[in-house]
Design a protein around this ligand. Sequence first.
Ligand SMILES: Cc1ncc(COP(=O)(O)O)c(C=O)c1O
Length: 382
Amino acid sequence: MRAEPIYLSPPHLGGTEADYVGEAFRDNWIAPVGPHIKLFEEEMAAYCGVNRAVALSSGTAAIHLALDVLGVGKGDRVYCSTLTFVASANPVLYQQAEPVFIDSDPETWNMSPEVLERALKFDAARGKLPKACIVVNLYGQSADLKPINQLCRKYGVYVVEDAAESLGAVYQSSFSGTLGDIGIFSFNGNKIITTSGGGMLVTDNADFADQAAHLATQAKEAAEHYEHTRCGYNYRMSNISAGIGRGQLRVLNRRVNEKRTIYQRYAESALPFTYMPEASYGRATRWLTAALLPEGVASVPFIHKLRTERIEARRVWKPLHLQPLFKHADSFLHERNTAEMLFNRGICLPSGTAMSASIQQEVIGFMEEYFHQSNPQEAVVF
Ligand SMILES: Cc1ncc(COP(=O)(O)O)c(C=O)c1O
């Protein structure tokens, strides 16, 4: 067994983070206010090419504030990609709204514009159009935002771009996360850059950004006493986290290239996988290298076998329309249930940018051996 475990996507520091954190300690800005927060927001806005960025405690908080700012409330319907982490849709429940799940496109694994169009037509005809649509950019690849935006605009539906997993990815000539009415990023420990936990809301709409910042600080009104007219939240990022984020932002482009190199090494190996396709409309970061196992080979025994060598791999997200939590939610699916097929056959491979080429070669060798030695077709049919 290996002495050191190989994780899916652990944090990878660039070297300057401790300097920014040291500054915060020196100046005693150990608080959810302080100079790093404003600077991190400005630097993120400049990097992404948006007017405004609001630094928050998590990506989930950013989605929650986006829905609140867009006026999503009790009983409103909100569309959401089904193939995603539960955090994409939990904020819909926080707002007492109703999630409705949309299937994936087999070519991009992201929200299917075709299914979205069918859903919007159907719901328009019965007077049940959603207020917003949460479009997830999965595993470092942007969804096809142009047709999605056009459809949503046509039916008067706001677009929230959940770019938690796709910071640094490009759609046409824009950065992923900047194409909807509001976009969000996550800086959780496993993301392409981390603040140890945090998130960012980005938008070109100054009013949305102001409202989000106001709600994130308990909706305190401008007064000498504590005055509140709305229910707010304690969602601001700390100055320490923002310092880490500023250091991490400096290595983001490098991390994107490293992630793509890791993908390339898997793709060039003899492993019998079908990799998540890279859509022709953009440049994915390959935050996680995701792939389908050969048909008839189950993912769970393969993942267990890797675990015996302390190598972490994970199944692709279980679609939210299949989660017990959402058993009463509506969903719109392809006849062939694309997201469910991706879940059944999909795995995410170790994609940490600090993993050396030789360690990755060991990982690849171990996997190749699995396919040569065992007869997976027989042994592990699901
Ligand atoms: C697609 C997606 N949306 C939202 C989130 C939530 O982000 P956070 O963990 O920062 O709350 C994550 C990851 O954690 C995610 O992968």
